[in-house]
Design a protein around this ligand. Structure first.
Ligand code: TRP
Length: 406
């Protein structure tokens, strides 16, 4: 895509979508369809590129191993400039990963794990440094919370992130509210970006208006800044390294803006990998969200709670009676248990068999739910055990500006 096209797309307002259109922006994810968001349409609307089998073949050739099942199954489904990162890696040149999280609650849920699990795979596969931005400042602008509480949530969320298994020698986690005061180079880059973006542009991208507090208006530059490697002088010195950002697709507006600005201030545009959302338990019209207890499996839920939530709330694509189900079969496209399995059951053959059996009616909804419970419970238990071992001291180590292994 040419630069001009990307700029034009930036000016596409996210407000007033057609009535039947999915809404996907950093604050809302809603679809009218039982099957959930139409991700192909989103690729067209955002102007990103679909991850096709040709790109996956190349990916596997370059890393000399199979790609993660999120890629194989289209859960990570879209990208910008991934080829340039693969070129970089192929020729033995360095790059880094950047991702983040807005700490909006102290306990994270299963959906939050998805981008971080993928990010860990990327870090292990490419053996590169990773910076993780905790936007406690963002949450002060968008939610009515005390700054101290936002900082505390960031600290608690860092524990969950560390529990996923990131390498301390290659990972720097930072809170905006702390790091911005520690690192002049970071704030200087914020200013470089803020000089380039007009109110009119962010209005178009984010739907801000005349009554939006100026903190919100200025915030997108802060989320853009970690895409400039010089924002981390303790890691990269003055080197300008290419950046790859794995994120959920709702964050793309921030990075369309970032990609507009970076060439104008002497940096390469960051590359992106976009993931889908984990749907809510009640159905794929919305994503899993901390604000709705029954739609959500928290990483703190007990095994019993997980079992009850799945059995009680997971929307079923099965038929009303056993007889009817045996005859007509279930619909995997709308069945939430099946969709969760496609995120968390790694075994491709087993997943394929489950799909066949559920679609034919050989497998009943209760049986499918049991498979799901048996699949996610160990993941959640493992997470809880790992998190319990993360001490405050370890969090402070991850969050201290320092040299990383390059
Ligand atoms: N705005 C994101 C959120 O609310 C947090 C975030 C900051 C982020 N930088 C990022 C997410 C980079 C993905 C990639 O969750």
């Amino acid at each position: 895509m040419t630069e001009n096209m990307e700029t034009k797309l930036n000016n596409l307002s996210i407000e007033n979508p057609n009535d039947d259109e999915d809404i996907v922006d950093p604050w809302n994810v809603v679809s009218k369809s039982e099957k959930g968001i139409d991700y192909d349409k989103l690729i067209k609307k955002f102007g990103s590129s679909k991850i096709d089998s040709e790109l996956l073949d190349r990916f596997e050739k370059v890393i000399k191993q199979k790609v993660h099942h999120f890629l194989r199954r289209g859960i990570v489904f879209s990208h910008r400039d991934l080829n340039s990162i693969l070129n970089q890696y192929e020729s033995g040149k360095p790059f880094y990963l950047y991702t983040g999280r807005g700490p909006s609650s102290s306990s994270m849920h299963l959906g939050h794990l998805v981008p971080f699990m993928f990010c860990k795979w990327l870090q292990d596969t490419f053996n590169v440094p990773l910076v993780i931005q905790l936007t406690d400042d963002e949450k002060c602008f968008w939610r009515n919370i005390q700054m101290e509480d936002a900082q505390q949530m960031a600290f608690e969320n860092a524990k969950d992130i560390i529990a996923i298994g990131f390498d301390i020698n290659k990972t720097f986690i930072f809170s905006d509210l702390n790091y911005m005061g520690q690192c002049p180079e970071f704030y200087q880059n914020v200013i470089r970006i803020q000089r380039c973006v007009t109110f009119n542009q962010v209005k178009g991208i984010f739907g801000f208006d005349d009554s939006t507090p100026i903190g919100k208006i200025a915030f997108p530059a802060i989320q853009a800044t970690p895409a400039l490697s010089t924002s981390f002088p303790h890691i990269f010195g003055k080197q300008k390294l290419p950046c790859l950002i794995p994120c959920a697709i709702d964050q793309d507006p921030y990075f369309r803006m970032t990609r507009d600005v970076t060439p104008r201030i002497g940096y390469q545009k960051p590359a992106l990998l976009h993931s889908r959302f984990l749907p809510a338990l009640q159905g794929a019209q919305t994503k899993m969200s901390s604000s709705d207890e029954n739609s959500t499996i928290f990483l703190t839920d007990s095994a019993k709670k997980v079992k009850n939530k799945v059995n009680k709330h997971a929307f079923s694509g099965g038929q009303a009676t056993v007889e009817e189900h045996r005859e007509k079969g279930g619909n995997c496209d709308i069945d939430i248990s099946f969709q969760y399995l496609s995120f968390f059951l790694e075994d491709d053959e087993r997943l394929e068999q489950i799909k066949k059996d559920y679609s034919s009616g050989a497998l009943l909804t209760g049986e499918l739910k049991k498979i799901l419970i048996d699949t996610i419970t160990p993941i959640i238990t493992r997470h809880q055990e790992a998190r319990a071992k993360v001490t405050d001291e370890l969090v402070r180590q991850f969050m201290t500006p320092r040299k990383l292994d390059l």
